[in-house]
Ligand binder design. Structure first.
Ligand SMILES: C[S@@+](CC[C@H](N)C(=O)[O-])C[C@H]1O[C@@H](n2cnc3c(N)ncnc32)[C@H](O)[C@@H]1O
Length: 214
């Protein structure tokens, strides 16, 4: 049975990869869903804490999965062609990506917040964003597909997402964000008000004009 839209979508992005590392695997559902659908051959479940790692290994007991107790990538001693880092804050994911191994791999990142910070840090660390997706399942979840390489991103790209800003399914997310910023701008300090005005301008520019047929 399908877990939820976010887990299913993350798993669907693993189609065709051989060995997949799940950093912070917790319950192990992403790898489980990928195996159930025959998307991947081998898994590495990792977590910084023992309890969640045990939980993953229990979920994944029928599949070829190795469990590794690891802070991010630090204790990962095996190569993988794709890694998932999902369900964490952008600051934590950005810190973990500082220690990503140098071999070629695709990273599927889903931060819960502050996507602009994650995009900026990835850019500084020498990663490029290949694509972005959004899934709505009560909350909006933004998923970035990333690999090593260089990419020029404008401030607008960092804020809206270089690929997401062109996707129709992101419009409800941007609309919600715009409303939120408009609601709080009057209560903010001068510095923050300046930033918020810029963010509102980016959002208004990328949203279709009311009454337009786009
Ligand atoms: C909210 S859960 C997300 C689980 C799963 N990835 C998902 O998207 O549903 C976050 C998991 O990340 C783990 N975690 C937190 N910091 C970590 C780190 N530095 N390295 C590895 N795992 C970490 C936590 O122990 C927890 O199991």
């Amino acid at each position: 049975m399908a877990r939820n839209k976010r887990i299913d979508f993350l798993a669907s992005l693993l189609k065709g990869y051989h060995t997949v590392l799940d950093v912070g695997s917790d319950h192990g559902y992403v790898l489980e869903e990928a195996f159930k659908n025959g998307y991947i051959q081998k898994g590495i479940a990792s977590d910084v804490r023992e309890m969640p790692l045990e939980r993953s290994m229990k979920t994944l007991k029928n599949y070829p999965v190795r469990g590794i107790l690891s802070d991010g990538f630090l204790a990962i001693d095996e190569t993988f062609d794709a890694a998932v880092v999902a369900g964490m804050g952008a600051y934590l994911i950005a810190e973990l990506m500082e220690h990503a191994p140098l071999h070629d791999a695709v990273y599927i990142l889903q931060a819960n917040d502050k996507h602009e910070h994650l995009r900026r840090r990835l850019n500084e660390l020498g990663f490029l964003i290949k694509d972005e997706y959004i899934v709505h399942d009560k909350f909006f979840y933004i998923i970035m597909i990333v690999q090593r390489g260089n990419q020029h991103l404008t401030d607008e790209d960092l804020y809206l997402g270089p690929y997401l800003k062109h996707k129709a399914e992101a419009i409800p997310f941007y609309e919600k964000k715009l409303q939120l910023l408009k609601d709080i701008i009057h209560k903010s300090t001068d510095d923050r008000e300046h930033e918020l005005k810029q963010e509102i301008a980016y959002l208004e520019l990328c949203l279709p004009k009311k009454g337009s047929k786009e």
